[in-house]
Design a protein around this ligand. Structure first.
Ligand SMILES: Cc1cc2nc3c(=O)[nH]c(=O)nc-3n(C[C@H](O)[C@H](O)[C@H](O)COP(=O)(O)OP(=O)(O)OC[C@H]3O[C@@H](n4cnc5c(N)ncnc54)[C@H](O)[C@@H]3O)c2cc1C
Ligand code: FES
Length: 530
């Protein structure tokens, strides 16, 4: 998505290159048949796969080789060098897989392997890297009775859709019903506050999959289907319209919803929250006849909205109680930079202040000031949608409690994504994470576990956030830290910040230091696996 025609660089690999041009552990960017191709060497094995990430078109040759996989520098998708499959989100589709021919001292690329993007494969079953797969294969999940024939997924967001696809990729042939309260096809939620809202991403980039995809893969996607209750003894899901869906395995992936601000005027028609595609469209519609907006909350979403509205030449004021935007997550250095970056683009901050009331054309601040506003966007955080699990009396802990296999306390019921609090093997803490890549990967792990494959979830959390032309990457999870070590300069857009507790790195934030970010992720993965 959003890739476009790429300029071809490097040697023509169809003509071949000397084997000695590719050292062990090295990658080389070239092309064949008019397409960018990545050649990679692991010992005596040489692999060739498409060089452009199937997520947003990231340059895989600038990423990192990890055993027989390559990781994308932009948002850390992981592709198998053997089959070109995406073995780690956010990419859902494979890149091209090329055949390689080695004759004497030359290697050349000799044509593409044709395959269905969801074809069942051993690679999908094996997933991740060999090192971590060892840890995985050593454990078997508890729910290994009769093989399921009926899997129901509640929520067609990041976790739900990735789970449904993974079920097919690992060869599950039974029924999959994916129920979602929304009316359209599943879409790329992170884009809603970024390029889509800014007007830089056309509508056709937003669906996760093309028309007919779910039907083609026998994934029964039911729209406008709000699940109202779970009947666990009968193993049945009930929609609010009375329809019921029986299940052998159930995945709850209901995500989160924006926290509503309890202030006078917050229910006015000029006040918006942003979670869904309809929400984003409603804000875009408002920008057409507006000049001024107030964003309440300097959260990631609030600030991304501010950046996108500036692209649409809307005057933006941001009101937030924080001393600096994002400081609690990103630390002081990055927070200072983020503030300056937005100010450079014309955003006006009202920090250490809050909105007291929203009027038809203005926002009244607690400090007494009044900001004119044609419309208001509130981004003050989200809360997990746990109503179904609570009603069904599952174990809860500020989210739905799951074990390492993403099983809830209810037999045959799994949870993934924003709602799931799980044991994180790296920190040893039970955490709940609200990131797109994490939700997809948990959905994929839950798919395997619903089939009894036995796949403890041990991925390191990762997220990115985009502000104008700056993308901030973050790996790990640090709710508190005692040292933030800064390597580089955020104002030079070249920085890594390591958040440490007791000398141990818990999380790493970076700007334009993609390989450092990937290295940090791999180090944490390996440490968690040992
Ligand atoms: C505007 C925006 C930008 C974001 N940007 C980023 C980013 O840049 N990077 C990042 O890492 N993360 C980002 N996130 C967070 C990320 O999108 C979420 O963490 C992720 O979508 C969570 O996935 P999920 O599957 O748990 O839930 P969701 O993707 O929210 O999907 C849940 C689905 O469940 C459905 N549902 C809920 N209740 C019911 C019910 N009772 N019956 C039927 N269906 C139901 C909902 O309609 C929804 O479609 C962003 C979020 C938003 C809103
Ligand atoms: S562009 Fe590769 S993971 Fe996003």
């Amino acid at each position: 998505m959003g890739g476009g025609q790429e300029e071809l660089k490097g040697p023509d690999l169809a003509s071949g290159i000397p084997v000695t041009d590719l050292a062990d552990g090295a990658m080389l960017l070239g092309h064949a048949e008019g397409e960018a191709v990545l050649l990679a060497r692991r010992g005596q094995e040489i692999f060739a796969i498409g060089a452009t990430c199937s997520h947003y078109g990231g340059p895989l040759a600038e990423g990192m080789l990890v055993e027989d996989t390559v990781r994308c520098p932009w948002h850390h998708a992981c592709f198998s060098l053997r089959t070109a499959e995406p073995v780690g989100g956010p990419a859902l589709s494979p890149v091209a897989c090329w055949r390689v021919e080695r004759a004497q001292d030359r290697v050349r690329v000799v044509g593409k392997v044709d395959r269905d993007p969801l074809a069942a494969s051993d690679e999908a079953k094996r997933g991740v890297t060999r090192t971590r797969a060892k840890a995985h294969s050593a454990r078997i999940t508890a729910s290994s009775d009769r093989a399921p024939e009926n899997i129901v997924i509640v929520g067609a967001g990041a976790a739900g859709t990735a789970s449904a696809e993974m079920l097919r990729r690992v060869g599950y042939a039974g029924r999959i019903a994916m129920l979602d309260a929304e009316r359209g096809t599943p879409y790329d939620r992170p884009n809603l506050s970024k390029d889509y809202l800014a007007g830089n991403a056309p509508e056709e980039w937003i669906p996760l999959r093309p028309d007919g995809f779910y039907q083609e893969h026998q994934i029964d996607l039911v729209h406008d289907a709000t699940v109202g209750a779970l009947d666990l003894p009968r193993r049945e899901v009930q929609l609010t319209n009375g329809m019921t869906f029986p299940f052998d395995r159930l995945l709850l992936a209901t995500g989160a919803e924006p926290v509503r601000l309890p202030i006078p005027g917050a229910d006015r028609a000029n006040v918006h929250y942003l979670r869904s595609l309809d929400d984003s469209r409603a804000i875009i519609a408002k920008t057409k006849a507006s000049r001024r907006a107030v964003v309440i909350g300097a959260s990631f979403i609030g600030l991304e909205v501010a950046a996108s509205l500036r692209k649409r030449e809307i005057d933006v004021h941001v009101v937030a109680p924080d001393k600096l935007p994002l400081e609690r997550v990103m630390g002081t250095e990055l927070a200072n930079f983020v503030k300056a970056l937005h100010e450079e683009q014309g955003v006006v901050f009202h920090l250490e202040d809050t909105a007291a009331a929203i009027g038809d054309r203005d926002v009244t601040l607690k400090s007494g000031g009044r900001l004119p506003a044609d419309f208001v966007v509130i981004g003050v955080g989200v809360r997990p949608r746990t109503g179904l699990a609570e009603q069904a009396k599952m174990a809860m802990d500020r989210g739905v409690t799951v074990n390492e296999f993403l099983e809830t306390s209810a037999p045959h019921v799994f949870a993934a994504g924003d709602i799931a609090r799980y044991p994180d093997p790296y920190t040893g803490e039970r955490i709940r994470v609200e990131h797109w890549v994490h939700a997809e990967r948990q959905g994929q792990a839950a798919a395997r576990n619903m089939l009894g494959i036995g796949w403890p979830y041990d991925d390191v959390p990762f997220f990115w956030s985009a502000h104008y032309d700056v993308s901030i990457n973050y790996v790990g999870h640090a709710e508190q830290w005692d040292a933030a070590e800064v390597d580089g300069d955020p104002f030079a857009r070249d920085v890594v910040v390591r958040f440490k507790r007791g000398g141990r790195t818990l999380a790493v934030a970076s700007i334009f230091r993609d390989v450092d970010s990937l290295k940090a992720e791999v180090d944490m993965e390996l440490e968690a696996a040992t």
